[in-house]
Design a protein around this ligand. Sequence first.
Ligand SMILES: *Cc1c(COP(=O)(O)O)cnc(C)c1O
Length: 384
Amino acid sequence: MRKQGRAQSEVLAELDNLRTRDVPWNRVLNSICTVPHEAALRAGQAALDSNLGDLRIFRGCREVEQKALALMGGLLGKADCAGSLVSGGTEANLLAMYVARKRRPDIAHPEIVAGETVHYSFGKVCDMLGITLRVVGLDERFRMRPDAALEAINGNTIALVGTAGSSEFGAVDPIEELAAIAHRRDLYFHVDAATGGFIIPFARALGRDLPQFDFSLAGVSSIAMDPHKYGMSIIPAGAVFFRDQALRDSINLESFFNATPTHHSLIGTRSGAAAAATYAVLETLGFDGYLDVTRKNYRVMDYLIEQLVQHGYRLVAPPQLNIVNVDLPNAVEVMRALEECGWIISVSKRFRHCLRLVVTHHVDEAMVDEFVERLRSIATPPAL
Ligand SMILES: *Cc1c(COP(=O)(O)O)cnc(C)c1O
């Protein structure tokens, strides 16, 4: 650290300058996060000094958190589910697996069963909690196969994990069938809806053919959903919901100070800004606002697909949520060439022939046109 500080204006100017190196949103097609809603940005800014780790001071913020949780919980089919605002999908999944492990102290070598496209956060979570992750095969649309899940479940299984919107394909596992399996076996069932949580309720209302994924299914024990992705809040805003208070309370931890509430999330000092931002965007948009956002995202995605197909490209599967994968044998090279032209797209290390494009709030038809033109200049579609 320098001995004497610099002028604040000079430091801020340096930071502004560094930010100009970030890729502008209108060249971003790989990110599930997007430009936050204006209400979220403003509310977040106004609450930057708050700390949800100290609820004796931040009484108002505590209420904000409760209100945000109630609004999200209301989307999940059980008004009295018990939620926590957390830092994101990783923490949400960690807390869910922590609860699942606490629930079965009798199992010495715990395992969980999930589909091959389960999010990589489960690698971290299982390592931290001493759980073995068993992944099972997918169907032709990259969804976990329930028959494969049944085969993998054994006496050490403490939880089944379904993904409602995989990061790679936006594929929604057959949550209804998986929930039924879990329910029959009294198995904990966690739904990772970090991506789909803010899409599926609205897409279903718009008539899209997607399975139910929430507590209206008897077998669902917990759900992760991320306001900082399709919810259009600011980072870090995640959420985890448990079917009932008792499940959530199984990981309560006492602080050693008097008169302070117990914790039931991992992080101690927590951002009240994220809670305020999340509440602000939920209240500002309302159900109809999110319907509009979702309708627009599907419209732009359908346009993207139409343009791609018209120019001879093929998709690896019809997308369920707003993630499109183009079948290209040299997808990694194309990704690099696109990046040299300023465009950021992604290719999974596991599915190297899939050029992955994410449609979210900042993507529109004009951007799609520019992208498809650029893609055509780089990659001719493979012959049929
Ligand atoms: C993004 C994502 C996660 C991880 O969430 P973070 O907010 O990045 O910690 C987990 N699961 C799925 C399906 C995701 O899309």
